[in-house]
Design a protein around this ligand. Structure first.
Ligand code: SF4
Length: 351
């Protein structure tokens, strides 16, 4: 049996999170409760987001605090809802034993592909730092992606392992109002820019992902120009990107945010004729028509060139752009983002 410690107190925003001075009209939702869960057994598993058997992944939590309207994780059946995040408290300890054991070490560990490892919750960030420290001490690279604010204490852990830590920062827009609708509890975009500079200054590998592009909303010339200009000023020379894809639950979460901008119908219309595709690591989803995506990516590449920034397009979320080297597994047999054991543990903690 795993231990369960429920923390029903509303977590406060971290005191070291800088305030944003820009005017905001949108009320920030409350942070979810954190429920501590102990996991058992192997924690490393294949990553559906990475087509490399030498890259394994581990999730820090089940559930994510940041409530992005476009999020595919929030639309998954295992997602526990927006009011709770299950924090696996013994991940670092289990990882240590696993990495020291006889099995071949992975080339890299993708830390928390199914949740943001840096929500505005100190205890989750501390658990992430422990995991990064453990993995890096075993000579294995750590990959992380975030839309959050990384606390200074965690940055110090990264700096100590700067050769083995690679962080990708996700960005959609610098427009604060739009960002608050799309990513209500993620870090303000200007703070993410500052963080990119801080990571670079500490010699920590940092990449930038401009995604998801939402047709007519975040793929506009003005939105992308602002982003590219700000990134170029901070020395960024390459970005990756991908368009939004739709499933019915993603649509349910996204449409209220788009409706607040009067942009729900144009987005639905843009997707109406798009193909339904599945990719090696992702279940079937509706994509924008290929010519629409090609146009959008080409525009971003042309704009990027003006700022000395090259652009790559994500293969996983554009499966019709690439010829797979190996047949894609059928979606029913794909490795879940969370191991069955982790899911069972988290679910049983509800009872
Ligand atoms: S931060 Fe990532 S996992 Fe969390 S809600 Fe946003 S898109 Fe989803």
């Amino acid at each position: 049996m795993h231990a369960l410690i429920a923390n029903r107190k509303q977590p406060a925003a971290p005191a070291d999170m800088p305030a944003c001075s820009e005017p905001v009209e949108i009320i920030r939702p409350l942070l979810p409760h954190v429920v501590h869960v102990r996991r058992e057994g192997a924690v490393l598993h294949a990553s559906p987001a990475v087509r490399d058997e030498n890259v394994l992944s581990v999730n820090i939590t089940l559930g994510c605090a940041q409530r992005c309207a476009f999020c595919c994780i929030r639309a998954q059946p295992f997602y526990p809802g927006d009011d709770v995040v299950y924090l696996f408290t013994n991940t670092a300890k289990l990882l240590k034993a696993e990495l020291a054991g006889g099995r071949r070490k992975p080339r890299a560990v993708y830390v928390s592909p199914a949740t943001d490892p840096f929500p505005p919750m100190a205890e989750v960030q501390a658990a992430t730092a422990q995991v990064v420290d453990t993995v890096a001490r075993h000579g294995v690279e750590c990959w992380l992606m975030t839309r959050g604010y990384i606390r200074p204490s965690v940055l110090e852990v990264f700096a100590a392992h700067r050769d083995r830590v690679k962080v990708t920062v996700g960005l959609t827009t610098l427009d604060r109002r739009l960002q608050r609708l799309l990513e209500p509890l993620a870090a303000p975009p200007r703070l993410r820019l500052r963080q990119i500079a801080q990571l670079r200054a500490r010699g920590i590998g940092v990449k930038v992902s401009l995604e998801p592009l939402i047709p007519g909303l975040t793929d506009t010339r003005s939105n992308l120009q602002d982003l590219l200009e700000a990134l170029a000023e901070r020395g960024v020379r390459h970005v990756s990107t991908s368009y939004l894809f739709m499933r019915s639950r993603i649509q349910d979460n996204l449409l209220p945010a788009l409706a607040a901008l009067g942009w729900d119908q144009p987005v639905l219309e843009a997707f109406a004729e798009g193909p339904i595709l599945s990719s090696g690591g992702l279940a079937a989803a509706r994509y924008l028509p290929k010519p629409r995506r090609q146009r959008g990516y080409a525009s971003l590449m042309a704009l990027g060139a003006n700022y000395g920034i090259t652009v790559s397009v994500c293969a996983t979320t554009n499966p019709d752009f690439y010829t797979p080297k190996v047949p894609a597994p059928d979606s029913a047999s794909q490795e879940p983002l969370f191991s069955r054991q982790s899911l069972a543990q988290a679910r049983s903690s509800l009872s």
